[in-house]
Structure formats: C-alpha cells, structure tokens
Design a binder for this molecule. Structure first.
Ligand code: SF4
Ligand code: SF4
Length: 442
C-alpha cells in the first residue's frame, strides 16, 4: 500500500513503525473472511482492511480521531485472527495499538463512556478491588434485566452484571510467595498471577503451582510484579501500560529465572511484546530478555508434563483463545497435552473465531460479544463435550453459564497428574435460568 507521510511525520518513530506496517498491506482482503466483526456485521469498515484504511487516513492527515474511526476501531476485538490469515505479514497488532493511543490522545468520548472506561481501568487491574466489585455485581445481578436497554451505558452495565460469577471464591493473595519444588529442583520460574483471575478463579493459579511443584519446578511470585498492563494498553493508555511493563520487567529481572510462566494468554501476548513496547526505553534490553523468557503454561509443560492417573473418560471441547492461537501462534501444545493426559479432545467449527470476550470487549460491545458468544457456544456444544477447556480466564468467564462447565486446561492437567479434581467438574449451571445443578461427571 502506498503511503503519503511527510519527512517530518516519519521522524516520529511511532509513525515510522505505522508507515512500515501500512506499506506491507497489499489490500488483498484475505483477512476479511476470518475477521469476527466482519463475519458478524458484514461492513467493510468492520474488517481489518477497512480499519487499516481508516487508520492510514487518520494518521497521514495528522488529525484528531473522528467518531467514525472510533466506532470501527472500538469494535475491533484485537483478536489478531487477521494476522494469522494475512499472507503479507501485516503487523495489525502494532498498528491498531498505535491507533488506540492516537484515539485516546485526540478524541473526547461521551461522559458515560469516559466514566465506564475510567472505572474499569481503576478496578480490573487490582484483585482486591475486582473482588469487591464482583461482590457488588452479584447483588445487582438478579436485577440486571430491569436496566433500560435503550442506552448503551445501561446495556454495558447489564453485560457487566451478567458476567458476575454465581459464587465468589475465597480471596487469593500470591504476591511475595515462593513455592518450593517437591523433591529435586529442576527449574525456577516466575508466575504471572493475573488480576481478574485471582478474584474469579484462584483455582487456576493453585493448579499451576501445584503441578509445576510436583514436576520439580520452583515457582516465585515477586511482590513487586503486578498487572501486565494489557487493559491499559488496549484502552490506548500508553503511559499506564508502559509503567506496568517497567515495573514487571524490574521485578522479574531481579530474580534468577528460567522462564516467566503465564496462564492467562491475554496477558502472555502483552508480555511477549514488552520488548517492542519498551524498545526506546532505558529498560529495552531487560524488556527484550523478559519477553524472550515468557512462556505460556502449555508451551512450558510440553516437554516436562507426565500424567499419572488413569484416563477418566472425559470429552473436552478445546476452545482456542485468540491471544494464544493468533497472538502467540500457539495452537497444538494445549491439545497435545490434554490428549497426553488421557482426555478426549474435540474442537468446534471455525476454531479461529473469537468468543467475544477480548478483555473488556464483552462489556463495552455487548451486542457483538453476545452474538460471538452464542456462535462459539453452539459450535462447542455441537461436539457434545463434558467440559469446555481454554487457556484464558476471559474466555472461560465468557463461555460460562450455559450448562457445560468451563475450565482452564491446567486444572485438567494437574488433576491427571495427581492434583485435586477441579470443582467445576462437579457443577453444571445455567446462566439463563440461574439454576445450579449439582451433577458429578465422574
Ligand atoms: S490480508 Fe494482509 S495484506 Fe491482505 S488486506 Fe488483509 S492485512 Fe492487507
Ligand atoms: S483483530 Fe480481530 S476483530 Fe480486529 S480486525 Fe483483526 S480479525 Fe478483525
């Protein structure tokens, strides 16, 4: 694609990167067919190619973002399915990240929008605040249907209440803890504990630590490490995202580590991009090292995992989180591990399509998220699974409450290697009816 930036514009390193990306696009349109928003809405401006044109025009003309660009770029899930499809290697992720920063810096959103985005940014990255918010949301959940559907603000509020879990698990506080390997120590890793994950499903971190320890790996969670910055990053809050990245890079660089383990693939994609995010920073070299050391839990387990339990005869529908399959290009390892653990693995039709979770997308774009959720659940349930498994808490929350338990793959792997049986395997519940049916699977 031809671009028309001036020499002065190209002197800005961010614009220079955007220019390089834009020039690799040959407008072939292959990406449109695999873009969930184009598939759902059918509008070229809600396709990767359409968004690329919008971003190009906005940046080349060096003008503030307009309502049309904000509408279509906000609708992008950042699922990165387009990057997997693109034959030219267009780095859409860095382009849309840059566009989001430009929007944040130049566009004044309506008051209700600003209020909600600020509230999410002040709550979600902090597990204690998140837990308190979830407790409140659970109280409001039975009355969510009373919220008027005419305005987007109330529809978003309703979506937020509907996402609150039926039960709130005990609080988890892992910062500053070290978990020794059982027997001989064969490795030492840091675990990114995740923000929402600690509040919604602490069992995922417990299973990760217990499994790694039994495999001879010491796990450390430095007190100074915290939120990965993904939420701020995807909202275009560049300074906040950089601050989070610097804090984590400093915390992990102070430890002697073989790897930084991530069991929330949405966060993993951002950690693996710290090297790029901080490329012009004093911490650039350290950030690149941390990115290189970052491993999704499925990647790390591939060489060391050994099941010890007999096959339980459970059929698992594997849902590939976009951040894992597109953001990190990790597709086979989770399925190989589940099969090695003795579980039957099935996959839905169109596994490349997003479930609609995408960070705060299921709150901010409730209609599109809901359509994608329904589509994903229908294709998963068509395989008649006992359980739906994924490697990302966002997807698990999005797909929960439709009669099939949702569970992180690491909980299944831990169970099959001598760990506790996941509690979710004993409960089927319905989001629609609110019924909670105790129904053991095995
Ligand atoms: S597939 Fe790649 S090169 Fe083709 S239009 Fe999409 S982004 Fe551009
Ligand atoms: S990131 Fe996903 S939603 Fe956004 S343009 Fe690419 S495929 Fe479409």
């Amino acid at each position: 694609m031809q671009t028309n930036f001036t020499e002065a514009q190209l002197a800005n390193p961010e614009i220079a990167v955007a220019n390089d990306i834009l020039r690799t696009c040959v407008h072939c349109g292959f990406c449109t067919a695999t873009c969930p928003t184009f598939v759902t809405l059918g509008d070229e401006l809600d396709s990767p190619r359409g968004r690329i044109y919008l971003i190009k025009d906005m940046l080349e003309n060096n003008r503030p973002a307009a309502e049309e660009e904000v509408l279509h770029i906000d609708r992008c899930l950042s699922c990165l399915s387009c990057m997997t499809t693109c034959p030219s290697g267009v780095n859409y992720m860095h382009l849309v990240d840059h566009a989001r920063v430009h929007i944040e810096n130049t566009y004044r959103r309506p008051l209700a929008d600003r209020f909600l985005r600020n509230a999410l940014a002040k709550i979600l990255p902090y597990p204690k605040r998140m837990r308190a918010a979830l407790a409140l949301a659970r109280l409001g959940k039975p009355f969510a249907f009373l919220l008027p559907g005419q305005t987007m603000f109330f529809r978003r509020l309703r979506a937020m209440l509907n996402l609150a879990p039926e039960k709130l698990p005990p609080p988890q506080s892992l910062g500053g803890t070290v978990h020794k390997a059982a027997g001989e120590t064969k490795g030492r890793v840091a675990l990114l504990a995740g923000c929402a994950q600690q509040a919604i499903a602490p069992s995922i971190n417990n299973a990760t630590i217990s499994l790694l320890n039994r495999l001879g790996i010491e796990v450390v969670i430095p007190a100074a490490a915290g939120c990965c910055g993904a939420l701020a990053h995807h909202m275009g809050r560049h300074a906040d995202a950089l601050a989070a990245a610097r804090r984590n890079v400093a915390a992990w660089s102070a430890e002697k580590l073989d790897a930084i383990i991530v069991n929330t693939s949405g966060c993993g994609t951002v950690l693996k991009d710290y090297g790029f995010l901080l490329r012009n920073d004093a911490m650039a070299a350290q950030a690149a090292e941390i990115s290189a050391k970052t491993k999704d839990i499925s990647e790390y387990l591939l060489k060391i995992y050994e099941p010890t339990q007999p096959s339980p005869g459970v059929k698992v529908a594997y849902h590939a989180a976009c951040s894992l399959q597109h953001g990190q290009q990790i597709s086979a390892p989770p399925k190989l591990l589940l099969r090695k653990a003795g579980l039957t693995v099935v996959e839905p039709k169109d596994p490349h399509l997003c479930c609609g979770s995408a960070g705060t997308y299921n709150i901010m774009q409730p209609e599109i998220a809901s359509a994608l959720r329904r589509r994903k659940l229908d294709t998963l349930k068509a395989k008649s699974p006992d359980v739906i498994a994924a490697g990302n808490i966002g997807c698990l929350t999005q797909l929960a409450g439709d009669g099939i338990p949702t569970i992180h793959i690491v909980e299944l792997l831990d169970w099959m290697a001598g760990g506790a049986k996941p509690a979710a395997l004993s409960i089927r519940h319905s989001r629609a009816s609110g019924d909670l049916l105790e129904e053991p699977l095995n």
